[in-house]
Design a binder for this molecule. Structure first.
Ligand code: OAD
Length: 245
C-alpha cells in the first residue's frame, strides 16, 4: 500500500495536501471528534461561536489561551518535516488545512491555505481594523481588548455559523479540481464545506492517498489508497520511499 502510494506521489505533477486535526495529534494537539475529542468535553456552541464570545468573552478566551499557550510548546513532528521536504522537492505542493494551530507554516511550508483561519492572530470584534499576533504576554489579562477602540478582540478563526474566507475556499476547490493527487491527512472529512474538497478531487479523477489510523467518510475504491497509520510515522516513511525507491 505505502509503496504504491510512494510511486503515485513520485509520478504526480500536481499534488495537493488536505489536512485536519489528526495531522497535529502527535505534536500534542487534541482532535475534535472521537473518544478523546475536544467536543466530548467542551461545547462548540459556547467556545467557538460569536454569541459565546460576546456573552462570555473571558471563558472563551481562557479556552483559546489554554490551546495557544499549551500550543506554544507544541512543535511540528517528523511528519510535518517530511511534508516540508516533499514540498521543496516537488517545487509545488499547496497545503489546504482545516487546522488553526499554524504548524504547517511553522514547519517552513509555503502556499498554506488555512480555511478555518488561525488562532495565532486576533483582530477587533467591532472591525475597527486592529490586528495583532497573539503570544502569552498579550493574553495575560482576559479578554484581550482592542487598544484602538476598546472592543473585545476575537481570534482569527472561523467561528460556528460564520462563512469560510471566500478566496481561500474558492482557491481550495480550484486546486481540488485541477490536482492529480491529493494527500488527505488526519481528518474525519465530516465538516462541510471543507469536507467537500477531497470529494471534488475525486470527482475530477484525482487519486487520494489517505493517512489516518481510522476509517473516515471517504469512499473506499480504486482511486483511494487508505494507509491506516499515524501521520508522524507514515509521512516520513512515505516521503523516504518516494525519494529512494
Ligand atoms: P476530527 O477531530 O473530526 O478528526 C480527526 C481525525 O484525525 C480522525 O479521523 C482521526 O482518526 C484522525 N487521527 C487521529 N490521530 C491521528 C494521527 N496521529 N495521524 C493521522 N490521523 C489521526 O478533526 P477534523 O477533521 O480536522 O472546525 O475536524 C474538522 C473541523 O471540525 C475542525 O477544523 C474544527 C472542528 O469543528 C473549526 O474549528 C471551524
Amino acid at each position: 500500500m505505502i509503496s504504491r502510494a510512494a510511486e503515485l506521489l513520485r509520478e504526480s505533477r500536481n499534488p495537493v495536501v488536505f489536512s485536519g486535526a489528526g495531522m497535529s495529534r502527535e505534536s500534542g494537539m487534541r482532535t475534535f471528534r472521537g473518544e478523546e475529542g475536544l467536543w466530548k468535553e467542551y461545547s462548540p456552541e459556547q467556545l467557538s461561536s460569536l454569541s459565546g464570545l460576546r456573552s462570555d468573552p473571558e471563558v472563551v478566551w481562557e479556552w483559546y489561551k489554554m490551546r495557544l499557550i499549551t500550543g506554544d510548546g507544541i512543535v511540528p513532528h517528523a511528519g510535518y518535516k517530511a511534508l516540508t521536504f516533499l514540498q521543496k522537492k516537488k517545487g509545488t505542493l499547496p497545503v489546504i488545512t482545516q487546522n488553526v494551530d499554524g504548524l504547517h507554516k511553522l514547519s517552513g511550508q509555503t502556499d498554506v491555505l488555512e480555511i478555518h483561519g488561525s488562532m495565532r492572530t486576533a483582530s477587533c470584534l467591532d472591525r475597527c481594523g486592529f490586528f495583532t499576533e497573539l503570544n502569552p504576554e498579550s493574553l495575560q489579562d482576559l479578554p484581550p481588548l482592542c487598544p484602538d477602540c476598546g472592543a473585545i478582540l476575537r481570534p482569527d478563526i472561523v467561528l460556528f455559523g460564520e462563512p469560510l474566507p471566500h478566496q481561500v475556499i474558492s482557491r481550495s476547490y480550484k486546486l481540488a479540481e485541477e490536482c492529480d493527487l491529493m494527500m488527505v491527512i488526519g481528518t474525519s472529512v465530516q465538516v462541510w464545506p471543507a469536507a467537500g474538497v477531497p470529494f471534488a478531487a475525486l470527482e475530477n479523477g484525482a487519486t487520494v492517498i489517505e493517512i489516518n489510523p481510522a476509517r473516515t467518510e471517504l469512499p473506499q475504491g480504486e482511486n483511494v489508497i487508505s494507509i491506516r497509520g499515524k501521520a508522524g510515522e507514515i509521512l516520513p516513511a512515505l516521503v523516504d520511499m518516494e525519494e529512494n525507491k
